[in-house]
Design a binder for this molecule. Structure first.
Ligand SMILES: [Zn+2]
Length: 151
């Protein structure tokens, strides 16, 4: 799974999840990628910020960290920033309930007050993330981090 930072012709920044670079190219050429804010299909990649979410070992030297402004920071492992990031991941893991692959369903139940409000974490597909966003449910993507990196 690849996360691309994208921008539309109106300058909105957003994230797109794709199976591969080829998947992005074909969706983009077919005008299937739309801006969530203005629905423009004139979308292009922001070249400097690319994060590979599920490739745990391929790029162990860097961590891709989502920033509040919608960009992604690539941080060299072993730096102070990386240490802070590990603290954040640990805090998220300690203070959230792991609902695994039921994440989308549970996030929706909380959003519609069908389940008690609490922090949850888990896995969701790109389609599920998109649907949740469409329903106004805020998500934070954390790149996968190896257990041994947490210590
Ligand atoms: Zn837009």
């Amino acid at each position: 799974m690849i996360i691309y930072d994208l921008t539309c012709d109106n300058g909105h920044r957003f994230e797109g999840w794709f199976r591969s670079a080829e998947d992005f190219d074909s969706q983009c050429q077919g005008h299937l990628v739309g801006c969530p804010q203005c629905d423009s299909h004139d979308v292009r990649r922001v070249p400097s910020a690319v994060a590979i979410a599920s490739h745990r070992d391929a790029d162990a030297g860097t961590a891709a960290i989502p920033m509040p402004d919608g960009t992604t920071a690539l941080v060299p492992a072993g730096t102070q920033v990386m240490a802070l990031y590990r603290q954040l991941v640990r805090a998220v893991m300690e203070h959230s309930e792991d609902v695994g692959t039921a994440f989308a369903e549970e996030a929706r139940r909380i959003h519609y007050n069908e389940a008690p409000e609490r922090p949850i974490r888990g896995q969701a597909t790109a389609d599920e993330c998109e649907e949740l966003r469409d329903e106004g449910i805020a998500l934070l993507h954390l790149p996968a981090i190896k257990d041994e990196d947490l210590n």
